[in-house]
Write a protein that binds this ligand. Structure first.
Ligand code: DC
Length: 230
């Protein structure tokens, strides 16, 4: 049985910096699937809202029309999607601390989630997709053939995040500060009313604290091969 002949949808959810993106990207590459980073969509919308000067206190009542007017678009390119705002490609700015500080607020807005749901589901229509986020296994693809919920110790997550940002040897104070930001984002994502961060009942829990990237990718690829549709 092959994951190529019988493409499935793999949903990978988990808290901030638990390794979802790097894991999902590597699993997709290994299986020859497309990779969908749903957090990048929320990040692009947040950047667009900030750049448009929409006051953050008004975000909770944004309408679908206002969300559409932010002009965020996704184009399938290679094994992933390129995101743009008003036709201009988004760059690393969607990963900036400015966007980090506001993205959970925008992600809790009903019109934002409703608008994105259709876009994300369209991407997974034909299977052959690895999607990562917070509500992929619970809301976006509740019928995904394989659901993984990644967890990781907060200080280990903070360390990985700081290293990604080019600080190979952060000190304890920096690690604790980063862990505090991550836990605050988790709290907001877990406590919102719509599509909160929660493990789907049928998701497999994978703790990556002591796992290498290769080990976690290998574990998910094996599960995917076992679950490919006959
Ligand atoms: O995975 P990330 O850190 O790039 O996600 C950024 C934010 O987007 C996260 O704090 C919550 C939101 N998000 C969400 O609400 N639902 C998703 N499926 C993906 C991300």
């Amino acid at each position: 049985m092959s994951t190529k002949d019988h493409p499935i949808v793999i949903a990978i959810d988990g808290p901030a910096a638990s390794g979802k993106s790097s894991t999902a990207k590597a699993v997709a590459a290994e299986l020859g699937y497309r990779y969908l980073d749903s957090g990048a969509f929320y990040r692009a919308l947040t950047l667009a809202a900030l750049n448009a000067g929409l006051p953050t206190r008004t975000w909770s009542s944004l309408t679908t029309e206002q969300v559409r007017n932010l002009a965020v678009a996704a184009t399938p390119v290679g094994a992933g999607y390129d995101l743009s705002i008003a036709g201009a490609p988004v760059g690393d700015e969607i990963r900036s601390s400015r966007v980090n500080a506001h993205v959970s607020r925008l992600a809790a807005v009903p019109a934002v989630r409703g608008w994105l749901l259709d876009a994300l589901r369209e991407a997974g229509r034909d299977g052959g997709l690895v999607a990562d986020g917070r509500d992929i296994g619970t809301v976006v693809f509740p019928d995904a053939e394989l659901k993984i919920f990644l967890v990781c110790d907060p200080e280990e997550r903070a360390l990985r995040r700081l290293r990604q940002r080019g600080r190979p040897e952060p000190d304890v104070r920096q690690i604790r500060e980063e862990a505090r930001h991550l836990l605050e984002r988790d709290r907001l994502d877990q406590s919102r009313e719509i599509a909160p961060l929660i493990k789907a009942h049928d998701a497999i829990l994978l703790d990556t604290t002591d796992l290498s990237l290769d080990a976690q990718v290998g574990a998910i690829v094996r599960l995917a091969r076992a679950r490919a549709r006959p």
